[in-house]
Structures are given as structure tokens and as C-alpha cells.
Design a protein. Structure first.
Lengths: 265, 258
């Protein structure tokens, strides 16, 4: 098993509830994300939040992104501050970009918001990411001229340039064919390797693909007759020896874990 | 042939052009044979049209109307953008909504008030035009703002934009192409109204003044010829504004091609 330690808490979700009138969507959602360190490897965290369609994943996604106020509860960063919009990079399901800006300009606007990037550094950073993510030749194009995969990469770079340690991804595997799926998985791994504290939170209903790239899984579901979805189970994939392995989906332990997750949904 | 009459039938550009020419010819033939003594025949109107467009009188009057239209459009755009952009601020929202409702006020009933408020005929025409245009401009532009995809605002928030920065990026820059499209669509209204307001102060001339004079003497041939001139100028500006949009905002062409 790969050696690892779980260090400081990076993000804490405490007693999050969300209701629309009488309808309870989320109930007492609690979990925390900790910094996982491995000897001789600079690696961030990949967390997956799995739940059935319509269970409230998108609502929790928006709360984590600071785009929605929960009815009660709090999401806080390691400095104790409550999360607000802009603290987390967000990649929406449809890879939204400013349609009226070229890819380069969109990336530049995002980079300008990063206090760690000075004017001269912005261009260098954009070119470096564009090269890493095979987007160099598309920088002068408008989003309408990009394929779905290119849009996704541009959208991710936009958030990386923004400098946030967290990147929330809403259904990043939705509607992708098998070949593209492998590329996206590689891409996410590449992002997680960019910084020790870089944390990807993937919200998805695609269990197999999401779990295969994660180190921790949170299962969102309903408990008995209680209204509102909550975290039913936290699965530490590092502990089970199922994290950071390329062909993990072939392992019997992985298949067993998938079945276990399904049983909680 | 069947495609021409089937719903959502797709025809090529050449067929579309031929169809247009045939329909225009049929309309002209029908006009020719339906004309009695009072309504001039197409050839007579065409003859008057050629005489009209070669006369200096027309050029002078078109220029007068054109300058007035541009002035009115420019001021109306400034007023529209000011109140539309600020409509996202609660204090200005009511003012913008009131301007929208002003569409239901008729100009005719307000001419006397405007006469009292303005100093001369030129100002009267200009203010009436602006009063007539602004509610339509604001209505169109507020519709654009209201239908803005919420994700456009959300992406700005996730990038750490302030509300003012979001307003600038999403509404001012992001909707600039649509401002031009609204101007294009509403140019027709302005061009339509110009003939109305020019009748109120005829000393400066203009196509509206010419039209009223031709009508006064029942010169129907020249009325129709002048209508044709007004129509052609309208089409010309529609074409110019349409192409200006593609030139200034190249991504709008991509949206059509997709």
C-alpha cells in the first residue's frame, strides 16, 4: 500500500441544510477534506461527491462554490473563514466561457484576479498552461470555435489561473465518449499534481469513473424516511489501497467498493 | 417544387433568389392590372423614382432627415444604455420600467406640451423622436438583460469579480453586440417616425415634408416613388448595421454559422 498521511483540514462542511419552503433538499451535511501528503510525491486531493440524479448534488455544489447560501450550517476554509464566491474555482457542467472573448482574453481576465500573478507573469502562465493542456493553437479562437473537450480544458485553465486551491467540477464526465473520458481522467490527475494543496472536488453521478480518479468518496443520499439528502458514507480509498492507481477499475477490491457505494445510493 | 410548399422545407440559395424574383414580378403584374385611374401603374412610379433620385432636391431632403435620425438615435442610445445598464441597481429599476411603459403614450397628445418645452421646430422634432424611440429601445434592451443566462453572472462570481465588474463584463461588454442589433431593429421605427415628426415643422425640409407636400397635391405617383426611396434607404442602413455588427463583434457570425 502507498504510504500517506492525512494532515491539516483544508475544508470543513458543518451541518449544512437547505430547504425551499417546506421542502428539505439537504440535511445535516457534514464532512471535511484533509491534506493528504505522500513521501516524495507532490500531490493534491481528489474528492468525489456521489449521488443519484436529483438528490441535491448541484445545490451542494453551489453552496460549496459560495454561490448559494445554505438555510443553516457553514462551509469554512482552513483559516476558519466562511467560504464565499471566488474562493473556489468552478468548472460548470457545460464548460461555460465568455462567448464574446477569445480564449486568451478569457484566461487573461481570470489571471488578473490572481494576486500571485504580476502583469509579466500572466502571459507566461497562460502560455505554460495552454501548452500543458494542448490549447496553444486555440488561444486566439472564440469559445464557439472550440470542441467540447477544448472548452473543458479552457474552462479548467481559467480556474487554475485564478489561483484557487480548490476546483469544483460539476459532472466532468457527463456525455463524454470512452476515449475522451480517459483524457479527462489524465487531465484531472495532471491538475491534482500541480500543487500539494490543490484539491479537486468532483460532483458526479458517474460512480465508476469518478471513484477511479479519487482518493476520498462522499456518498450523498437519503436516510430512511428522513427528508433531505445527507452524507451517508465516507470512503477513504487511500486506506483501501485504491487511490492513485491507473488501472484500478480492474481490481476486485475496486469493484467491491463500487457495489458498496451503489448500496448507499 | 414540393419543398417550396412544405413546412421547414430547405431550398438552396439560388432557388430562394429565383423564387423572390418571380414573386416580385407577380406582384408587379398584379399591381399593373389592378391599377385603375387613381393608382399609378408600376412603370409610371419607376419613372418618377428615377427622376426623384436624380434630383438635388431629394438629396438635400434625405440629408436633413438622415441627420435628424442620427441625432435622435445617438441621444436615444445614450439615454437607453444609461437607464438599462443602471436598471440592475434597484434605485434605477423603476425608472427603466416606467420608460418601458411609456410605449403606450401617444405622441399626438403630447405635441403641444413638447412645443411649449422646446425652443424651435428643430428641437421639437428631435425631442419627439427621442420620446418616441427611447421606450422601444429600453424595452428591447431590458429584455436582453432579463434573459441573461444566470451562469454568466455565476462564472464572474467564481472568478472573484465584484458586482460592478460583473456588470461591466456581462452586461456592458457581453451585450454590446445585442445593443447594435437593437439599434438595427429600432432604426426602422425611427425611420418610420421621421416622416411623422417632419410634418410638424416643415421649414427645414426632409423626406417627411416632401411626402406631405406630394400628398397635399394628390401626387400619388411621387408619393409612391418617395415611399420606394424611403424603403430603399431603410434597407441600405439595415444592411450596413448588420455588417457592422459582424465586423465589430466577429463572434456573432460564428454563432450563426454553428
Amino acid at each position: 500500500m502507498t504510504a500517506y498521511t492525512k494532515a491539516e483540514t483544508l475544508l470543513k462542511v458543518e451541518d449544512i441544510s437547505l430547504s425551499y419552503g417546506e421542502k428539505k433538499i439537504l440535511r445535516d451535511v457534514n464532512f471535511e477534506i484533509r491534506n493528504i501528503t505522500r513521501p516524495d510525491v507532490r500531490q493534491g486531493q481528489v474528492i468525489s461527491l456521489i449521488g443519484r440524479s436529483g438528490i441535491g448534488k448541484t445545490q451542494l455544489f453551489k453552496i460549496l462554490a459560495g454561490l448559494k447560501e445554505p438555510t443553516s450550517g457553514k462551509v469554512s476554509l482552513d483559516n476558519g473563514n466562511a467560504i464565499k464566491a471566488g474562493d473556489m474555482g468552478v468548472v460548470f457542467q457545460n464548460y461555460y466561457l465568455f462567448e464574446w472573448r477569445t480564449v486568451y482574453k478569457s484566461l487573461e481576465l481570470a489571471a488578473k484576479k490572481n494576486p500571485e500573478l504580476k502583469d509579466s507573469g500572466i502571459k507566461t502562465a497562460i502560455n505554460r498552461y495552454a501548452e500543458d493542456f494542448n490549447l496553444t493553437e486555440h488561444l486566439s479562437k472564440y469559445p464557439q470555435q472550440l470542441s467540447g473537450g477544448q472548452r473543458q480544458r479552457a474552462s479548467i485553465i481559467q480556474q487554475l489561473l485564478n489561483g484557487s486551491e480548490f476546483i469544483l467540477l460539476d459532472e466532468p464526465f457527463s456525455g463524454l465518449d470512452v476515449l475522451v473520458l480517459d483524457k479527462v481522467k489524465e487531465l484531472l490527475l495532471k491538475i491534482s499534481l500541480t500543487d500539494e494543496r490543490k484539491t479537486l472536488i468532483i460532483v458526479s453521478h458517474d460512480i465508476v469513473t469518478t471513484v477511479a480518479v479519487s482518493d476520498t468518496v462522499f456518498v450523498l443520499g437519503l436516510e430512511g424516511n428522513k427528508p433531505g439528502a445527507t452524507i451517508k458514507k465516507e470512503i477513504d480509498l487511500c486506506e483501501r489501497g485504491l487511490a492513485w492507481q491507473k488501472d484500478i477499475h480492474k481490481e476486485p477490491a475496486f469493484i467491491k467498493t463500487i457495489e458498496e457505494i451503489k448500496s448507499y445510493l | 417544387m414540393k419543398k417550396i410548399f412544405s413546412p421547414f422545407g430547405r431550398i438552396n440559395r439560388q432557388t430562394f433568389m429565383i423564387l423572390g424574383v418571380v414573386q416580385a414580378l407577380v406582384a408587379l403584374v398584379l399591381w399593373h392590372f389592378a391599377s385603375n385611374g387613381l393608382i399609378p401603374r408600376p412603370l409610371k412610379v419607376a419613372d418618377a423614382f428615377i427622376k426623384l433620385i436624380t434630383s438635388k432636391n431629394l438629396l438635400d431632403n434625405v440629408l436633413v432627415s438622415f441627420v435628424l435620425t442620427i441625432k435622435a438615435m445617438a441621444i436615444s442610445i445614450i439615454i437607453t444604455l444609461f437607464f438599462s445598464y443602471l436598471s440592475v441597481i434597484p434605485f434605477f429599476k423603476n425608472i427603466a420600467l416606467f420608460l418601458v411603459k411609456c410605449r403606450y403614450l401617444t405622441l399626438t397628445g403630447l405635441i403641444f406640451i413638447f412645443t411649449l418645452l422646446t425652443q424651435d421646430g428643430s428641437q421639437l422634432k428631435l425631442s419627439l423622436l427621442i420620446f418616441g424611440i427611447v421606450p422601444f429601445f429600453v424595452t428591447s434592451f431590458l429584455a436582453v438583460i432579463v434573459t441573461t443566462d444566470n451562469q454568466q453572472f455565476e462564472i464572474c462570481k467564481t472568478l472573484g469579480y465584484s458586482n460592478w465588474e460583473t456588470l461591466y463584463e456581462v452586461i456592458i461588454v457581453g451585450k454590446a453586440d445585442q445593443v447594435l442589433e437593437i439599434i438595427r431593429q429600432n432604426f426602422a421605427i425611427t425611420w418610420l417616425m421621421i416622416t411623422l415628426v417632419e410634418g410638424l415643422s416643415m421649414s427645414e425640409g426632409g423626406v417627411g415634408t416632401m411626402l406631405i407636400k406630394f400628398n397635399k397635391y394628390n401626387d400619388l405617383t411621387n408619393v409612391l416613388a418617395l415611399q420606394l426611396v424611403i424603403f430603399v434607404i431603410g434597407l441600405f442602413f439595415d444592411f450596413i448595421l448588420g455588417n457592422l455588427k459582424y465586423w465589430l463583434f466577429p463572434y456573432t457570425k460564428l454563432q450563426i454559422q454553428r
